[in-house]
Design a protein around this ligand. Structure first.
Ligand SMILES: Cc1cc2nc3c(=O)[nH]c(=O)nc-3n(C[C@H](O)[C@H](O)[C@H](O)COP(=O)(O)OP(=O)(O)OC[C@H]3O[C@@H](n4cnc5c(N)ncnc54)[C@H](O)[C@@H]3O)c2cc1C
Length: 426
């Protein structure tokens, strides 16, 4: 049997493409894929862009990704997903892309006979470098083969562009001895809407070019370089710098986004843009100015995999945002969905040699609470402070809390000297 944890783009692609007769897929509440517009970068020059942006990419993984890039589009076309051209490359032609595609693929899984289990994973049983079972809804699911597709660390941060299931398996994987890397690297996004007038969601896409960003004193605070980059849609290559400017201001003042379109232009934008739904039924005069904050957006660190999508555990493969290596210390926007699909399919192809194991050690995974979220945001947010990291490490060495252990590992890696585009202030 194959047990897949996660029902986002990576898990869905793996379940749809697997030839295993008996498949169980576990879906907790929340998935980045379900709220994502699935915008995908054009293929041309992508490898150079990713190398220049990420700087320390795993070349084996990057080469494999580029060699197989067309697979993502072919997978969508094979499943009759309509595509159109976008500002980046291509995008599925649906109003609420993530939500609608998730529904389409889930229906296909049911037709295929895949068992979907809804629930939050509460534990994993391991024996040496083998995974025996997954604990969910007070039951233990044993399988020969597993695919981890449990997404990123969004639920561990106070401000986040997506919130996943109530527990996070990466912490349990660390405890179990999986090889994990790059926890010091995350992608933060400046544009999480936190205004009661609008949904609490990420704003991105073409509207950013037609906005002004001001603080509570009505003053613009961004550097000329970032203002120009935003205007000209070139900000993707300056993401960390842009986020740091927003974050530094957010520590002093509230931040607001102001729309510079007229009513007609705004109505047209609402109809045609993938983020237009955010403003549905709202007049421009009501929401011309709204509050935003920087937020956690994407985990660059995670489970180490090879080009076969195999983790350091014998019978566990992994795909999507829960893995690491492809993006180095920063990521080009618009490649995460392709990554999830390509490695999801690869994992499905290879996850078939495992053996059943029993009587291993059970690692329990408690729910994440507000204290964890506050801690991750303040300690491991867009700006990390050396003293704070050192004190945290000193004070928590003997902790039993698996999330604090994950934070400790990220803190230690952050102090290692190679922070890439993230940085430490004394
Ligand atoms: C708002 C937004 C917009 C984005 N836009 C784009 C874009 O345009 N293009 C692009 O390429 N990328 C984009 N991204 C990034 C991309 O969408 C994600 O990286 C990608 O969807 C991750 O897919 P995944 O399958 O790895 O994880 P997810 O989609 O997050 O799925 C994880 C799954 O695992 C389950 N799970 C996790 N933990 C547990 C647990 N303990 N118990 C049970 N189940 C669990 C979750 O419930 C979920 O089903 C965007 C992200 C966001 C948030």
């Amino acid at each position: 049997m194959l047990c897949i944890v996660g029902c986002g783009a990576a898990g869905l692609a793996a379940a749809l493409e697997s030839r295993e007769k008996k498949i169980v897929i576990i879906d907790g509440k929340g998935a980045a894929s379900a709220i994502s517009p699935w915008n995908m970068q054009a293929e041309q020059g992508l490898k150079e862009k990713m190398l220049n942006t990420g700087k320390i990419n795993n070349r084996e993984i990057l080469d494999y990704f580029i060699e197989n890039y067309s697979t993502a589009k072919e997978f969508l076309e094979k499943h009759n997903i309509k595509l159109r051209k976008s500002n980046m490359g291509i995008i599925p032609n649906y109003r609420m892309v993530g939500k609608e595609l998730t529904e389409i693929f889930r229906k296909k899984l049911i037709e295929k006979g895949v068992k979907i289990v809804e629930g939050n994973v509460k534990g994993i049983r391991v024996k040496g470098d083998k995974l025996c079972s997954i604990v969910v809804n007070s039951k233990e699911i044993y399988a020969e083969n597993f695919i981890f597709a449990f997404g990123g660390l969004g639920n561990l941060y106070k401000y986040s562009t997506y919130v996943g299931a109530a527990s996070n398996l990466l912490a349990a994987c660390l405890e179990a001895g999986f090889e994990i890397g790059n926890l010091q690297y995350n992608m933060f996004h400046p544009f999480l809407i936190i205004d009661k007038k609008l949904p609490n969601t990420l704003l991105s896409g073409t509207l950013l070019q037609k906005m002004r960003f001001i603080n509570s004193q009505n003053k613009e605070f961004l550097s000329e370089e970032i203002i120009e980059a935003l205007k000209n849609n070139k900000y993707h290559y300056l993401f960390s710098k842009m986020c740091r400017e927003f974050y530094a201001e957010s520590l002093k003042n509230k931040i607001y986004a102001e729309i510079l379109l007229n009513e007609n232009e705004f109505n047209e934008y609402k109809q045609r843009d993938e983020f237009g739904w955010i403003f549905a039924n709202r007049k421009l005069s009501e929401i011309r100015r709204f509050r935003i904050t920087p937020a956690f957006h994407y985990s660059l660190g995670g489970l180490t995999i090879d080009r076969n999508a195999k983790t350091s555990f014998e019978n566990v493969y992994a795909a999507g945002e829960c893995t690491t290596g492809l993006h180095g210390c920063e990521r080009v926007g618009g490649v995460a969905i392709a990554e999830a699909i390509i490695f999801g399919i690869t994992a499905a192809k290879n996850a078939n040699n495992g053996k059943l194991c029993r009587k291993g050690k059970l690692i329990k995974i408690p729910e994440i609470d507000e204290k964890h979220r506050q801690l991750f945001w303040e300690l491991l947010g867009p700006i990390k402070r050396k003293k704070k990291l050192e004190t945290f490490i000193d004070e928590n060495k003997r902790t039993d809390d698996i999330y604090i252990k994950l934070a400790l590992k990220a803190a230690e890696l952050s102090l290692d000297g190679n922070l890439g585009l993230n940085y430490v202030i004394d």
